[in-house]
Design a protein around this ligand. Structure first.
Ligand code: FAD
Length: 468
C-alpha cells in the first residue's frame, strides 16, 4: 500500500491528533515527518528558547512513536520542497497535517496543497490546534470580531467541543528505510555557552509532561481565580509552551477542566484559553498583527531610540524591582508570569518609550512559549494599539503594581537577590529606603527613569498623535 505522510508541525503529540487519526484510518502505512523550516519566505524563525524546547519535544515525540511501532523522520529545508520531495520519494498516497495560522504558514500550506494535488497526491489539513477555526466565529453581520468579550460569548458560551481522540496504541510504519537527519546535528540546543540550565530545571517538554502538568494544575484549579495574578504563587497552569508546540490540545484541556465541578476558577481559566483563540482569530484576519499597529494612528508614534535603556530592560537592570524580577525570570527560565509580562511590557513601551515591536522580538527569542498570535496580540494590547487594547493613557505604575500583586516581595526576592534583605515596605521602591538599608543592596541599580517625568513624556507623545 502507498504510505500516507503525517506531517507534524505545531502538534507534537499522539493523542487528539486529527491528522494522525485520519492518516491511520484506512490502515495505510504511515511516515511521520517533521521538517525544520527556517527558509519559507516570511517565516518567523524560532528563537533560542523555542529551539531548545523543540529539540526536547521532538525527542519525546520520536520516543512515543517508537513505543507504538513508528519512527519520526527528520528533514531540514524549505518545507514545501521537503514535503513534496519526500512524497515523490515514497510514492505517497497523501500528505496530511493539522493547520497552523501564521500568515506565512497559511500561504505555504496553500502552495503545498496545490503542488501535491497537481502531482496526483492527496493533501488534507485538519483543525487540531484551536478549539474553533478562526473563520467559524463571526459577528451577526458576518464580520470578524475585534473585541474579546463578544467574541467569547458568541463563539463559546453555548458551545462544547467534541471529545478528544484517543492516542493510537500501534502504528503501521512504512516499510522502506527512510533517511532521517540526526536531531543532534540540528544544533537546536545551545552549547558554548550552554545557557539552558535554568530551562532544564524549570521544564520537561513533551506530551507525557504536558499531561502531567495538566493533572497537577487540575488539583489546584480552585486557586486560579483568586491567585492567578500573584506572581509568587504557582497558581497558573504553565501550560503555554506545551500548548504552543501542540503537546496538548486545547480540546483536551477544555474537557479536563469541564469535567471538574463548575467554579469561577474553571470559568476564568477557560476564558484565558479563549484569549488564545481570540489572538489567533485576530492574527488570521489581520496578518499584519506582528509588525503593524492595528490602530493606524500609532504608525506615527515617536518611539525612543535609546539603545541603552532597552538593553537594561532586557538584562533586568532598570531599578524597578518587579520589572527586573520578571525580566530575570524570563532570562533564567524562558517564561514569565502573565501579570509581570504586562507590567514589564508596559514599562518598556510607556515609561521607556520603546517601540513595542522591539519588546515583542525580545520575547520571541527568549520565551519558551513564544507564539506569533499570542505574543503579537498581547504586545498590541499592552501598547494600546490593538483592536481590544488597554488604552494608551492608562499607564501602569510599576511600584504600585508590585505592591498590589507582590505585597511581601516574595517574587522580587526570588529573582533579585540583591534585595533579599530589603524590608517589605521598600521592596518595590528601594531607592526610598534609608541609606543603612540600601548598603546591603549596593549592586542593585538606581531607577533608570523618573516615573512622573516618564509618564508625562508618554502622555505628551500620545497627544502628539491626535494633534492636527
Ligand atoms: C506582552 C505579553 C506577551 C505575551 N506573549 C505570549 C506568547 O508569546 N505566548 C503565549 O502563549 N502567551 C503569551 N502571553 C500571554 C500570557 O502571558 C501567557 O500565555 C501566560 O502567562 C502563560 O502562562 P500559563 O500557561 O500559566 O497561563 P494560564 O493563566 O494558565 O492560561 C492558560 C493558557 O491560556 C492561554 N493564555 C493565557 N493568557 C493569555 C493571553 N493574554 N493571550 C493569549 N493566550 C493566553 C495560554 O495558552 C495559557 O497557557 C503574553 C502576554 C503578554 C502581556
Amino acid at each position: 500500500m502507498r504510505p500516507v505522510i503525517c506531517w507534524f508541525r505545531q502538534d507534537l503529540r499522539l493523542a487528539d491528533n486529527p491528522a494522525l487519526a485520519a492518516a491511520q484510518a484506512d490502515g495505510s502505512p504511515i511516515v511521520a515527518l517533521f521538517v525544520l523550516d527556517d527558509e519559507t519566505p516570511g517565516i518567523w524563525r524560532a528563537g533560542g528558547a523555542s529551539r531548545w524546547w523543540l529539540h526536547h519535544s521532538l525527542q519525546s515525540l520520536g520516543d512515543s512513536l517508537e513505543e507504538i511501532g513508528g519512527s519520526l523522520v527528520l528533514r531540514r529545508g524549505r518545507a514545501e520542497s521537503v514535503v513534496c520531495g519526500l512524497a515523490d520519494e515514497m510514492g505517497a498516497k497523501a500528505v496530511v497535517w493539522n493547520r497552523a495560522y501564521e500568515p506565512y504558514a497559511i500561504e505555504r500550506d496553500k502552495r503545498l496543497k496545490a503542488a501535491l494535488l497537481a502531482r496526483g497526491i492527496g493533501a488534507e489539513s485538519f483543525g487540531g490546534s484551536l478549539l474553533r477555526e478562526p473563520w467559524e466565529v463571526r459577528t451577526a453581520a458576518g464580520t470578524p470580531f475585534k473585541v474579546f468579550t463578544p467574541y467569547w460569548r458568541a463563539g463559546f458560551a453555548q458551545w462544547q467541543p467534541s471529545p478528544p481522540l484517543p492516542a493510537p496504541t500501534s502504528l503501521r510504519s512504512a516499510l522502506a528505510d527512510i533517511e532521517s537527519e540526526n536531531l543532534a546535528d540540528w544544533n537546536l540546543t545551545p552549547s558554548n555557552p550552554d545557557w539552558s540550565g535554568g530551562l532544564r530545571t524549570a521544564w520537561h517538554p513533551g506530551e507525557p509532561s504536558a499531561q502531567f502538568q495538566l493533572s497537577g494544575f487540575l488539583a489546584r484549579l480552585s486557586e486560579y481565580a483568586g491567585s492567578r495574578d500573584a506572581p509568587a504563587a504557582a497558581a497558573t497552569s504553565r501550560l503555554s509552551p506545551h500548548l504552543h508546540f501542540g503537546e496538548i490540545s486545547p480540546r483536551q484541556i477544555w474537557h479536563a477542566v469541564s469535567s471538574q465541578p463548575p467554579s469561577s476558577s474553571a470559568e476564568k481559566f477557560l476564558s484565558e484559553i479563549g484569549w488564545r483563540e481570540f489572538s489567533h482569530h485576530l492574527l488570521f484576519y489581520n496578518p499584519q498583527l506582528p509588525h503593524a499597529p492595528l490602530d493606524p494612528k500609532f504608525a506615527a508614534f515617536p518611539w525612543s531610540s535609546d539603545a541603552e535603556k532597552f538593553v537594561r530592560w532586557t538584562r533586568g537592570r532598570t531599578g524597578f524591582p518587579i520589572v527586573d524580577a520578571g525580566m530575570r525570570e524570563l532570562w533564567a527560565t524562558g517564561w514569565m508570569h502573565n501579570r509581570v509580562r504586562m507590567i514589564g511590557a508596559s514599562f518598556l513601551v510607556k515609561q521607556l518609550g520603546v517601540d513595542w515591536r522591539r519588546g515583542a522580538e525580545w520575547f520571541w527569542d527568549t520565551l519558551v512559549d513564544a507564539d506569533l498570535a499570542n505574543n503579537s496580540a498581547s504586545w498590541q494590547w499592552v501598547a494600546g494599539c490593538g483592536t481590544d487594547a488597554a488604552p494608551f493613557f492608562r499607564i501602569f505604575n510599576p511600584v504600585l503594581q508590585g505592591e498590589k500583586f507582590d505585597p511581601h516581595g516574595a517574587y522580587v526576592r526570588r529573582w533579585v537577590p540583591e534585595l533579599q534583605l530589603m524590608p517589605d515596605e521598600f521592596i518595590h521602591k528601594p531607592w526610598t529606603a534609608p541609606s543603612e538599608l540600601r548598603k546591603g543592596a549596593k549592586s542593585y541599580p538606581e531607577p533608570i527613569v523618573d516615573l512622573a517625568a516618564a509618564r508625562a513624556r508618554a502622555l505628551e507623545a500620545y497627544r502628539s498623535l491626535s494633534a492636527p
